[in-house]
Design a protein around this ligand. Structure first.
Ligand code: PXG
Length: 467
């Protein structure tokens, strides 16, 4: 239709009809959604959303793992408006820069681990990981080792949805569409104790060492002189909040050091306070050469991503590299960078990293640990303000539900119906609320989580699915 866009408020049905007619949503069965109708979110404040029917919803997923400072923060809104008025856009190509991009680069080098003094900006996490692929291959090229091409990642990792991002990721459903992964990217098994370690009778730490050992095996199989880098999320987010054993990352670091392989920490979810540290690698004891970031850098208010470039790589690119033929129109977008500066300053002012580390993180861990007694819950994992509940059919044996029952979706349905956004990854229920959440709000969230678990249990019992 080519009629002018009507800005007057519409009814939910009108929004849904226009949505179904024109908007292809990400990761969606278009036909199924058109039949059902989208949920229309119209406004937000703090940790709450409101839909077009006026229902209030507790957003325990921070939008999509990104609204770290919560909704409605004046400092971010004002920073965007100010920058829009002053200079809404200018590029960083052709030997040019804008003050917000320079200020953000400087601020990022302060809040990231000391090896990071340089940043390359992108518009998203996926683009950031494309930059990672280009940069690690360029690095080895400059050093005269062009055969070091292969990047090792993990199954069930998520690194984005561009060709390189989806290839680095280990999502079987994504690889099944579009001829992925691209050449030169291989995957090892993830450090998921519940899935891969429990049946072997290993304790978590022993399993963590074994899972890191899969990296060494793969390096030896490929030949170390062919391997450019290893990439991993400190905690796998989209994969289901898979918190690795504490033994895992230090052993990964040791192996990368032993073979001289670059280590890339994808901090798109774990960065900017989510784990109770500024970056997830600091929680788990890794010293990456590159860190991808996005999401929490602006708390999702505007799109921005990038890659922190460690000194080892920066020195080679700067001193010996000549032109690096890569970049995006929105690399260093002034409005996005101005919002990021305001966001990081707000995280500092509100002491949100400390708030997660010392107060709400441990409180959430305690509240989730108490759910381990629930008949549906087989495993509980938390890290900072991320948590997962593994739903099981038989608690004593840890038996999973058969996948066609879609128990996770049953539970998610109850969450929708009860004003709680909690995600289902298979039968793993996950949350990652805004970092500004208070203890009282965690209590409110836990009451909803319990209610949804109880309703799901009642459904499963009624259907004869338990035990
Ligand atoms: N790396 C990680 C670790 C991510 O979680 C990306 C890269 C890609 O970022 P962009 O900005 O290009 O989307 C992500 C994104 C989910 C879900 O279902 C997670 C993400 C995106 C969409 C859905 O949990 N994470």
């Amino acid at each position: 239709m080519n009629s002018t866009v009507d800005r007057s408020p519409r009814s939910t049905q009108q929004w849904q009809a226009a949505d179904a007619a024109h908007f292809l949503h990400p990761f969606t069965d278009f036909k199924a959604l058109a039949g059902k109708g989208s949920r229309i979110i119209t406004r937000a404040d703090n940790i709450y959303l409101w839909d077009s029917d006026g229902h209030k919803i507790l957003d325990a997923m921070s939008g999509l793992w990104c609204v770290n400072v919560g909704y409605g923060q004046r400092a971010l809104i004002d920073a965007a408006a100010r920058q829009m008025g002053e200079l809404p856009f200018y590029n960083a190509f052709f030997q040019t820069a804008t003050p917000p991009a320079i200020e953000l680069a400087e601020l990022l080098s302060e809040v990231t681990p000391p090896q990071f003094q340089h940043v390359f900006f992108s518009g998203s996490g996926s683009e950031g990981n494309d930059t990672v692929v280009r940069m690690v291959r360029r690095y080895w090229d400059i050093l005269g080792q062009p055969d070091r091409q292969v990047i090792i990642s993990r199954h069930n990792a998520y690194h984005g949805s561009t060709m390189a991002g989806a290839s680095l990721g280990g999502m079987a459903g994504m690889h099944a569409q579009g001829g992925l992964p691209i050449p030169g990217i291989v995957h090892i098994q993830q450090p998921h104790w519940w899935e891969h370690g429990r049946e072997l009778g290993l304790d978590r730490e022993g399993f963590g060492l074994m899972a890191a050992g899969w990296l060494e095996q793969k390096i030896l199989e490929l030949g170390a002189d062919k391997v450019a880098a290893f990439i991993g999320e400190p905690v796998q987010g989209a994969g289901g909040v898979i918190v690795p054993p504490d033994s895992y990352w230090p052993e990964i670091q040791r192996i990368c050091d032993k073979y001289g392989i670059l280590l890339v920490s994808d901090e798109v979810i774990c960065g900017f306070g989510r784990t109770g540290h500024w970056f997830g690698c600091e929680r788990f004891g890794a010293r990456p050469d590159l860190m991808t970031f996005a999401k929490g850098v602006t708390s999702g208010y505007v799109p921005l991503g990038g890659v922190m470039v460690g000194d080892r790589i920066a020195r080679v690119l700067i001193d010996q590299g000549g032109d690096f033929n890569h970049g995006y129109t929105y690399s260093g977008h002034p409005v996005a960078c101005a919002v990021a500066v305001a966001n990081i300053r707000l995280i500092q002012q509100l002491k949100l990293v400390e708030h997660v580390h010392d107060d709400v993180g441990p409180y959430l861990a305690q509240q989730f640990a108490a759910l381990a007694g629930h008949p549906l819950v087989g495993e509980v994992q938390t890290c900072g303000l991320m948590a997962a509940l593994q739903l099981v059919k038989d608690k004593s044996k840890g038996t999973p539900f058969s996948s066609e029952l879609e128990m996770g979706m049953v539970c998610r349905g109850h969450c929708f119906g009860n004003g709680l956004i909690m995600r289902a990854v298979g039968d793993r229920m996950i949350i990652a609320p805004p970092l500004v959440i208070t203890r009282a709000q965690i209590d409110e969230m836990m009451a909803l989580v319990r209610r949804c678990l109880d309703l799901s249990l009642a459904d499963a019992q009624r259907q004869g699915w338990m035990g």
